[in-house]
Design a binder for this molecule. Structure first.
Ligand SMILES: O=C(O)CCC(=O)/C=C/C=C(\O)C(=O)O
Length: 289
């Protein structure tokens, strides 16, 4: 990194933008990192205290070093983006937010990496705006709908609900213990950062509970429309995912015409963090070829 290269920190890359997308008028927060002809957008998951930076901090640097511009969008209702109560499809809401962001900052076409809710939202965006996507990388999500093997809601999703309703350190630890395969990799600093994120925006937590009460199916099942997504797609899953089970990933590769699947053993719902080095190499290879 030279003196003229901005530091790779959340604060140094933090940006705000106001979007107007139909009747959606919101201030969104995002991180804008690196420069390059091609842009990779990363969309985070729906856990309390999640953000682009919290979900993807182990994945930014290799992409920037390889010459990509990286945009981390904080979805409406998370982190420093505006609050919202969402009673419709949250996947579509996030897709509209991404369209608004791209229009506002002049991005015509992007590759998208989506984690869980972010993956559901990536598919919603690809369906709505097929000419504006390059390649897609989906982890632990891509469509709502039932697992064929695991009772729904899964234990992880139940623990997220409990954490939203009672954002305590005990409930955070219960959730994170199921979130990753090896909970001993979670440090006190990580728990504290996550707790601070959560408690900084109690309005987001309350709005998520209101939204889920008004419409428990925030992420619709796009299984019947997957065949319309022609973008090359890399689906990555944790064998031990206790939030969105592996068979949802299998359903994606059956439905998406141009998809391939990689399954990590000893991996929960956070593949990009739990297996960051290999994940990053796979993403770079997939984007380049
Ligand atoms: O309900 C679903 O299908 C999506 C659940 C989801 O998005 C969970 C994600 C959790 C995180 O990414 C997080 O807490 O960091």
């Amino acid at each position: 990194m030279t003196d003229s290269t901005p530091a790779l920190t959340e604060a140094a890359t933090s940006r705000f933008v106001r979007i107007q997308e139909g009747d959606l008028n919101l201030q969104l927060h995002y991180n804008d990192i690196g420069q390059g002809a091609e842009t990779v957008v990363m969309l985070h998951g729906s856990g309390p205290g999640a953000s682009g930076w919290a979900n993807f901090n182990r994945n930014i640097e290799p992409l920037v070093a390889a010459g990509y511009r990286v945009i981390l969008l904080d979805c409406p209702g998370w982190s420093k983006s505006d609050p919202i109560v969402n009673t419709g499809s949250r996947s579509d809401l996030n897709a509209r937010a991404l369209k608004g962001l791209m229009d506002a900052i002049g991005l015509d076409k992007v590759h998208i990496i989506g984690n869980s809710m972010g993956a559901h939202s990536t598919v919603a965006f690809a369906l709505a705006h097929p000419t504006r996507v390059g390649k897609l990388i989906l982890m632990g999500g891509g469509t709502g709908g039932p697992s064929q093997f695991v009772p729904m809601p899964t234990e992880g999703i139940k623990l997220i609900g409990a954490l939203y309703r009672d954002p305590s350190i005990e409930n955070l630890k219960r959730m994170m213990n199921v979130f990753v395969y090896d909970a001993s990799s979670l440090t006190d600093a990580l728990y504290q950062a996550r707790l601070d994120n959560m408690l900084a925006r109690r309005d987001h937590l309350e709005n998520f509970v209101k939204s889920s009460t008004a419409n428990p199916k925030q992420f619709p099942d796009y299984g019947h429309r997957l065949g319309e997504v022609t973008a090359q797609t890399l689906v990555i899953w944790g064998r031990d995912d206790r939030f969105v089970p592996l068979d949802v990933g299998l359903r994606l590769v059956w439905g998406l015409p141009n998809a391939e699947l990689h399954v990590f053993s000893r991996c929960g719902h956070w593949a990009q963090w739990e297996h960051a080095d290999k994940f990053n190499r796979m993403v770079l290879d997939f984007l380049a070829h």
